[in-house]
Design a protein around this ligand. Structure first.
Ligand code: PNS
Length: 159
């Protein structure tokens, strides 16, 4: 059975992430979306919230599961018997860093990295940009899944 992991911060999940996860789910038997628990990086949503949103957004894909992890992605892979990571590539600017990580992850644990080129419709998207635009009242509808949009507005209104 081909199992892959899609790791990330997902703070919050965007339509770009969702596109990559859905396309990976069409290619592989099982996709584990792994949400990084990052205690040093300030996030808008807690890990639990990020996991909940991803579960809601991916509920129609029976072969997608959402988990959390801390530490190295390759350790998560090894512990779960997974030997490949799937990542989205938005632009050439992503490539250098992604290649470095891919080579390091292979060096560390022989875990392969497979890239899916992002749908051009979403190639300019990032969670950070979404948060910034929404914070200043910009319209991010159509860029994040509907359940995320509601939570994003609610969270920003609290601040
Ligand atoms: O959504 P992000 O923040 O771009 O995701 C980055 C992520 C979580 C995939 C990457 O930072 C990662 O793998 N972090 C876990 C720590 C790790 O394995 N670092 C070494 C990478 S070679």
């Amino acid at each position: 059975m081909a199992r892959v992991v899609c790791p990330g911060s997902f703070d919050p999940v965007t339509n770009g992430h969702y596109d990559v996860i859905s396309r990976a789910a069409a290619l592989y038997d099982e996709v584990v979306v792994a949400v990084l628990i990052n205690i040093t990086k300030k996030s808008l949503f807690t890990t639990d919230e990020r996991v909940e949103m991803l579960r809601e957004v991916t509920q129609s894909h029976s072969n997608v599961q959402v988990e959390r992890f801390h530490g190295l992605t390759v350790n998560f892979c090894t512990a779960n018997g997974i030997n490949a990571i799937v990542k989205g590539l938005r632009a050439v600017s992503d490539f250098e860093y992604e290649m470095q990580q891919a080579q390091m992850n292979y060096r560390l644990a022989k875990v392969e990295t497979l890239f899916i080129t992002t749908n051009p419709q979403y190639s300019f998207l990032s969670s950070s940009l979404i948060k910034e635009i929404a914070m200043y009242g910009g319209d991010v509808s159509g860029l994040v899944p509907e359940p995320v949009l509601g939570r994003l507005h609610a969270r920003l209104a609290e601040q």
